[in-house]
Ligand binder design. Structure first.
Ligand code: GUN
Length: 293
């Protein structure tokens, strides 16, 4: 079994981004600037945002964090978004999800300028993705494609099974793997909470992308020998042996899957660093799109 080392792939791509940022600076071009809006203080979101900002520093991007209280009104949040849309210094930005329940997520995403939507969540970018047009891909599926590319894992004609139909991972992943693209051309099955014969379908999969948020759902017995297994799950589970009091668990039972899989991503250190790398790639693309305008 070969471990898919997300940290290594992320480092490799981030070095390339860093070089490009340096070149831009030498050429007098704009330094990419990513902004993030964080509403409230959800502990998981705090950590994600911390890593996103750190990653910006690592590659030489500018970054801004806009913190809003959990009680902020939807109108106030939309006002902040309008400011980011108007601000020529900001090339791309994200609104960290989830949002408090009194704010309509759909409405917020719809108000983001699609050309600054480096999370790739706006319906215009989703539409571009479905039609194979140029746009921003959602960061996690984008990161997964980059891993497949790095390890030269063939996908054409393979049976890929995606577990979970979230808007930010499962659904776009299933579309991307079936596209006409070097990391596409797969026959894709999307499994979800209403699916039947999950175990049997998984046993037929050449490629499994697990994005359910159910720790260790995928057992070794559900996998075909030689499968490529990408674990997107990162659920916090209590673990008294850890300083933080919790451990991150993937959707795949790692030790069992390691006995069956040809390629396997660990959690942490697999997809996580690649998600942020996808975000950095989108932000670089956003600034480049503006170069010639
Ligand atoms: N919450 C969990 N994952 C993500 C992500 O990729 N982007 C944003 N904005 N929020 C998230």
């Amino acid at each position: 079994m070969q471990l898919i080392d997300g940290k290594k792939v992320a480092h490799h791509i981030r070095e390339q981004i860093k070089q490009e940022v340096n070149q831009r600076r030498e050429q007098g071009k704009k330094t990419p600037h990513l902004a993030a809006i964080l509403v409230g203080n959800n502990p998981a979101s705090e950590i994600y945002i911390h890593y996103k900002i750190k990653a910006c520093e690592e590659v030489g991007f500018s970054s801004s964090l806009i913190r809003l209280s959990a009680q902020v009104s939807e109108a106030q949040l939309l006002e902040e978004i309008a400011k980011l849309n108007e601000n020529p210094q900001i090339d791309g930005y994200i609104v960290q999800l989830p949002l408090p329940s009194h704010i309509a997520e759909d409405k917020v995403i719809l108000s983001i300028d699609p050309d600054k939507d480096v999370d790739g969540f706006h319906p215009i970018n989703i539409g571009r993705m479905v039609l194979g047009q140029k746009g921003f891909l959602p960061a996690t599926p984008f990161g997964v494609l980059k891993m497949l590319e790095y390890y030269e894992i063939p996908t054409a004609g393979k049976h890929a099974v995606v577990l979970g139909r979230s808007h930010i991972v499962g659904t776009p992943m299933s579309i991307l793997l079936s596209r006409k693209h070097p990391q596409g051309n797969a026959s894709v099955t999307l499994l979800h909470s209403r699916s039947q014969h999950i175990e049997k379908t998984l046993q037929e999969a050449d490629i499994v992308v697990a994005a359910l948020g159910m720790p260790e759902f995928v057992r070794g017995s559900m996998l075909k020998k030689g499968a490529v297994v990408i674990d997107v799950g990162t659920t916090r589970v209590e673990d008294a042996s850890k300083k933080s009091g919790y451990a991150l668990k993937g959707d795949v039972h790692f030790d069992e899957a390691a006995e069956k899989a040809a390629f396997l991503t660990p959690v942490p250190g697999g997809v996580g660093p690649m998600t942020i790398t996808g975000l950095l790639l989108n932000t670089l693309e956003a600034v480049k799109n503006k170069d010639n305008k």
